[in-house]
Design a protein around this ligand. Structure first.
Ligand code: EPZ
Length: 430
């Protein structure tokens, strides 16, 4: 397993091109299963999660054609997915285990082909990650669902039926799955308490371009009038607001100045508000933001993670790293996942002063400096938080288990090196 070595102390200056959004690409790629025509997706990031999903789709019989092209100032992937007729309707354990978002094949395969077998993904490091909303909603739409040998086996006689569904939590994954399923259902489906994350609006955009009839994008009530058939399209996915927020913290924590290109500031309103309150200047540009902390005196701010447009859980660890070296105290509360403080013990090994209360809250008392250490984490965002801590720590930090970062941060060392970080990957034989 590769490692990342960082020697802290360099403020970061320059430009970072933000990549296509991982969490948008994953459901949108699966939306291609709703049609037997080719669907071309532009701006797909080079990430191991995308490779894992592609491997599953190949196994289902999807034909995949990949092209690298320059878009929006940097290299991106354009991939055409074509599933004229699936060769399998089974998403096996080995694929789903590697990448839980494989569960996005559930809604599309059931709606289009009337049957699907999906290995249950189970929990992961950040929490139990149940699928009850996905499954009960599909049952409300007439699906017959059984759990057999660790698999969800779902069938529908004829088309799924439109239904009025109220989610008990505004789940991103369930909103995507049920939206996709509802596009080909008979009649109208209404989803109440749907997720409002920008990823959902982008999914609605491509589905409508494919011929679906969905109303209510960016609101918590989505209405889907089912249609008989969807067709192929070309669609460019939005850029990654979480990657952008992560690099914004890199500028702040190193007291540098970064221009983040390909960012929509409105997708980051809550993190930008916190950065400003912390003392960092954030200015919008035509196609991004400039984050400037050169003259900032950082002051700790409380953070409460919540559903969009609240503060994203996927930036909690990175902002906690920032609060570790800000003046004063910051209360960080995680309301989405029950176990998302794995970075805390590692940050403390680097000299941070953090007191965790139960599973949900942590008080961070700012310290003058962090010191380097070998660290590791069990989650993608926590790993980035450790990189951030390494960028300001005195000495040489080694971040282990880099495969987490490769799942969600494209060209991480290259992007950091280009703005002055002293960072390198240490290749280890498998
Ligand atoms: C998505 O996960 C993201 N993953 C996560 O990002 C992100 O943390 C999360 O949304 C919240 O924003 C992808 O998009 C691939 P949820 P998802 O269903 O869809 C509860 C990252 O770092 N819930 O919105 O799996 C659940 O327990 C990852 O990139 C149920 O109770 O999350 C949680 O408390 C990590 N029953 C809450 O809803 C269900 O059936 C939100 O989960 C489903 C969810």
């Amino acid at each position: 397993m590769d490692k990342i070595k960082i020697i802290g102390g360099n403020p970061l200056f320059g430009k970072v091109y933000i990549s296509g959004a991982k969490n948008t690409a994953l459901p949108i790629i699966c939306a291609g299963l709703l049609t037997d025509e080719p669907v071309t997706i532009q701006n797909i990031p080079f990430l191991s999660d995308i490779k894992s999903l592609n491997a599953l789709l190949l196994q289902l019989g999807t034909q995949i054609e990949e092209k690298t092209e320059e878009r929006n100032g940097h290299l991106t992937q354009t991939i055409t997915y074509h599933t004229p007729e699936p060769t399998s309707l089974i998403a096996p354990y080995d694929y789903v285990r590697k990448m839980r978002a494989s569960y996005y094949v559930l809604g599309p395969l059931l709606a289009k082909y009337g049957h699907v077998e999906l290995s249950l993904p189970g929990g992961c490091a950040i929490g139990a990650r149940p699928m009850d909303i996905h499954l009960t909603s599909l049952e409300q739409m007439g699906a017959h669902i059984e759990i057999k040998n660790g698999y969800v086996v779902a069938d529908t006689a004829g088309r799924l039926k439109g239904a009025h569904i109220t989610f008990h939590s505004a789940s991103v994954g369930a909103t995507c799955n049920i939206l996709m399923a509802a596009t080909l259902a008979e009649g109208t489906t209404v989803i109440e308490n749907a997720a409002k994350e920008p990823e959902i609006a982008d999914l609605i955009d491509i589905l409508n371009k494919m011929g679906a009839n969905i109303e209510g994008a960016n609101t918590s009530t989505l209405t889907v009038h089912g249609v008989d058939k969807l067709h192929g399209v070309t669609h460019e996915i939005i850029n990654d607001r979480i990657e952008a927020g992560s690099y914004a913290v890199a500028a702040a924590i190193t007291k540098g100045r970064l221009e983040l290109i390909n960012v929509r500031a409105e997708h980051l309103q809550s993190p930008i508000d916190i950065l400003r309150k912390t003392g960092v200047t954030v200015e919008p540009t035509d196609n991004g933001i400039i984050v400037d902390a050169q003259n900032a005196t950082l002051v700790g701010q409380d953070i409460y993670t919540d559903y969009y447009p609240g503060f994203p859980t996927d930036l909690q660890a990175q902002f906690m790293a920032l609060m570790c070296i800000a003046n004063g105290a910051a209360m960080v509360t995680e309301s989405i996942w029950e176990n998302r403080f794995m970075h805390v013990p590692e940050l403390m090994r680097m000299g941070a002063n953090i007191n965790v209360h139960g599973h949900a809250s942590a008080i961070v008392r700012g310290v003058d400096k962090l010191s380097a250490a070998p660290v590791m984490s069990t989650d993608l965002r926590a790993s980035f938080a450790l990189i951030l801590a390494g960028l300001v720590a005195e000495g040489e930090t080694i971040v282990n288990r880099v495969y987490h970062l490769d799942r969600g941060y494209e060209c991480l060392e290259e992007k950091f090196k280009a703005v002055g970080a002293n960072i390198e990957r240490i290749k280890e034989p498998d």
